[in-house]
Design a protein around this ligand. Structure first.
Ligand SMILES: *Cc1c(COP(=O)(O)O)cnc(C)c1O
Length: 392
């Protein structure tokens, strides 16, 4: 895990001008001295100096051999799946990000790749699902939105035993809190749209490979398919990463305080946060994560969409929006927003009840965030008590 100092040190001063900020090379092509003789750059889809700096920074941050920047988290995931071929099987975490599920099922199944979704919170479940055709295991830990934690190191051991690639989507933890490659993983993906960018002002995705050989394959796919990140968004992502450790530390501290507050609120039924000792697989989270992150989810004893919506509409600091990981606090109702397309029964079995609220705890003062929630939950309490005594 890299410290704030190591990250700042890993960002180079521009060798040409001494610019302390990484220059944005807004160009499509590069002038050559003679055919094929150039300074390492020939065409900006293949290589761009601003993107190259970001790709080195993320490789270093994730302890990998090579990094690659894509136009979105999903473009990054797409590049990894393109390592496979027709007939291959994938074992994936059942609580997978909805966009990844859509890509796997609705795009790649028709090319003859099979995806099996299982509960990976017990590593042995993975072993049971392996067949001779299994070529890739796909994990997220913690997951969205109930923050299920899987033992990355234990699953990496199984993957190695069967010579299967293991990829981890590290978006929810971020590289400042969890470094999957150090736990034996082959490929790490980040939606930099979230914590790495950190300011809710860009869409970006990053891939890091543990080895040079895998890196060459991703490089080929990146250039062949062309889903690259622009120079300006590469610059913004670098700027975000510069403060990643500080932000993750504060997001995590505030999120823990909020999780503890929610645990004691009479309206709240379940609180999901990997930093609570009561959270399933807390010990595993403690082992593999330096911080527990800024996402907290909770649901209500009165499992009503209307009540949850009322809470979300009466917070002022927590803005009602999809996405997460930015400096401003956000809240959402997964059952109506991010997880609306999942059938009710399947949604309930993974804990996404009608009243489940997901918070992305930002960098406002934690006392202000607690007051904001306390006000909204207080209003909801009044709403319930007046409706039960029939005053409405
Ligand atoms: C947001 C997200 C993605 C997709 O990233 P985009 O940048 O929106 O394409 C993938 N995985 C997880 C866990 C995410 O939260």
């Amino acid at each position: 895990m890299k410290t704030q100092t190591q990250i700042l040190q890993s960002i180079p001063v521009d060798p040409l001008t001494g610019s302390i900020s990484v220059p944005i090379y807004q160009t499509s092509t590069f002038v050559q001295e003679a055919p094929g003789i150039h300074k390492g750059y020939d065409y900006a889809r293949s290589n761009n100096p601003t993107r190259a700096v970001l790709e080195d920074i993320i490789a270093n941050l994730e302890s990998g051999a090579a990094g690659f920047a894509f136009a979105s988290g999903l473009a990054a995931i797409d590049a990894v799946i393109k390592l496979l071929q027709s007939g291959d099987e994938v074992i994936a975490v059942d609580d997978i990000y909805g966009g990844a599920y859509r890509l796997f099922t609705h795009v790649y199944e028709k090319f003859g790749i099979t995806f099996n979704y299982i509960d990976t919170t017990n590593a042995e479940n993975v072993r049971k699902k392996i067949t001779p055709k299994t070529k890739l295991i796909w994990l997220e830990s913690p997951t969205n939105p109930t923050l299920k934690v899987s033992d990355i190191e234990a699953i990496a051991t199984i993957a190695k035993e069967y010579n299967i690639l293991l990829a981890v989507d590290n978006t929810f933890a971020s590289a400042s809190s969890q470094v999957p490659i150090e736990l034996g993983v082959d490929i790490v993906i980040n939606s930099a749209t979230k914590y790495l960018g950190g300011h809710s002002d860009l869409i970006a995705g990053l891939v890091v490979t543990a080895t040079k050989e895998l890196g060459e394959k991703i490089k080929f796919i990146q250039n062949a398919s062309g889903g690259i990140l622009s120079p300006f968004d590469s610059f913004l992502t670098i700027r975000g990463i510069e403060t990643l450790p500080l932000r993750i530390k504060q997001h995590s501290e505030s999120a823990l305080a909020i999780a503890k507050y929610l645990q004691n609120h009479p309206l709240v039924k379940n609180v999901y946060y990997p930093g609570l000792e009561t959270h399933y697989n807390y010990e595993v989270a403690k082992k593999q994560q330096r911080y527990f992150g800024g996402i907290v989810s909770f649901d209500l004893h009165d499992d009503s969409k209307e009540l949850a919506s009322a809470i979300l509409q009466s917070t002022k600091l927590f803005k009602l929006a999809e996405s997460l990981g930015g400096i401003k606090s956000l809240c959402c109702l997964p059952s109506e927003m991010t997880h609306k397309s999942i059938p009710t029964e399947k949604r309930y079995s993974s804990g996404v009840t009608d009243s489940l609220i997901r918070l992305s705890v930002g960098l406002e003062e934690v006392d202000d965030l607690l007051n904001d929630l306390d006000f909204a939950l207080g209003l909801a309490t009044i709403k319930i008590s007046t409706s039960t005594v029939g005053l409405n």
